[in-house]
Design a protein around this ligand. Structure first.
Ligand code: SAM
Length: 257
């Protein structure tokens, strides 16, 4: 089953995101991701783009940040700095707002050793866990939290899906992340002397999460006949990414409540 998209006049889409959604972007590097969205929508009025860095630190780190931030503001986006994913729900601007989509691309707590070392993995996991707790609070009903991350060891050992469950969130989809879907976006290392440089993306995915109770309410599960994994909700198999629906195992109505 393919997702039905509201294609009313004036609604513009870029990949999973539409001009009608209120979107919070967390931990944006040089703000090129938020700018890609605003450019595609022809407006940034529904976008809140944020960095952990102060404005001064940001423009010191990234050669294009000053221009990107200026363009975002011109297009009507709200740009905020000093936004910590682990405490953002208490931020004076954010705490009164609720978003349809909250996006954190390639969360990374900094280069504090080899990515294979346990203390580094723990530090990344703490960031993702804190992000989930805060993002869940800032979601509109039936809103979605998206994290893009690399696939394979050691990234799989972050166990993002388990961290989500601990915050009462359920993974509802996992789709391949394609940089070319976001024209102008440049992924950034974001820490250390080479902050402005890209990191190799390799195979990476966007993981989508929704409030656990809201997912259960739907009580429809699809079982993928390719990998035999059951997925909540109505689109991509969490195991292999296949589009689910009738003809691919069919909906199984399971008694979750
Ligand atoms: C690998 S970079 C990715 C940057 C950007 N999202 C991109 O795709 O280019 C990791 C980012 O996570 C941010 N970050 C680390 N800890 C954070 C925190 N506690 N709150 C918000 N952002 C954080 C860093 O500032 C950096 O921008």
């Amino acid at each position: 089953m393919t997702r039905r998209r509201k294609t009313g006049r004036g609604v513009k889409w870029l990949s999973h995101y539409s001009s009608e959604q209120s979107i919070l972007v967390v931990g944006d590097g040089d703000f090129s991701f938020s700018l890609a969205l605003a450019t595609a929508f022809g407006s940034g009025v529904n976008i809140v783009a944020t960095s952990l860095d102060s404005y001064e630190a940001l423009i010191g780190k990234y050669s294009k940040a000053e221009l990107n931030v200026m363009e975002l503001k011109t297009m009507g986006a709200k740009v905020l700095h000093h936004i910590n994913a682990k405490s953002m729900m208490r931020h004076s601007f954010l705490e009164t707002r609720r978003f349809h989509r909250i996006v954190f691309n390639f969360p990374h707590s900094g280069f504090k050793g080899s990515e294979y070392e346990m203390h580094v993995v723990i530090s990344h996991r703490e960031l993702v866990k804190g992000f989930f707790t805060n993002a869940r609070y800032l979601l509109q009903p039936y809103g979605e939290i998206h994290i893009s991350n690399k696939i394979g060891y050691p990234y799989d050992s972050w166990n993002i899906e388990q961290l989500a469950l601990e915050s009462s969130l359920t993974m509802i989809g996992r789709v391949s992340f394609q940089k070319q879907d976001y024209p102008g976006y440049n992924q950034k290392r974001g820490d250390g002397a080479r902050s402005d440089q890209p990191f190799p993306l390799g195979y990476c995915c966007t993981f989508k999460f929704q409030d656990h109770k809201e997912v259960q309410e739907r009580s429809v599960v699809y079982r993928c006949y390719i990998c035999h994994i059951s997925s909540y909700y109505h689109y991509d198999c969490v195991g292999c990414g296949a589009t689910l629906g009738l003809g691919n195992g069919g909906p199984l109505h399971l008694a979750y409540r």
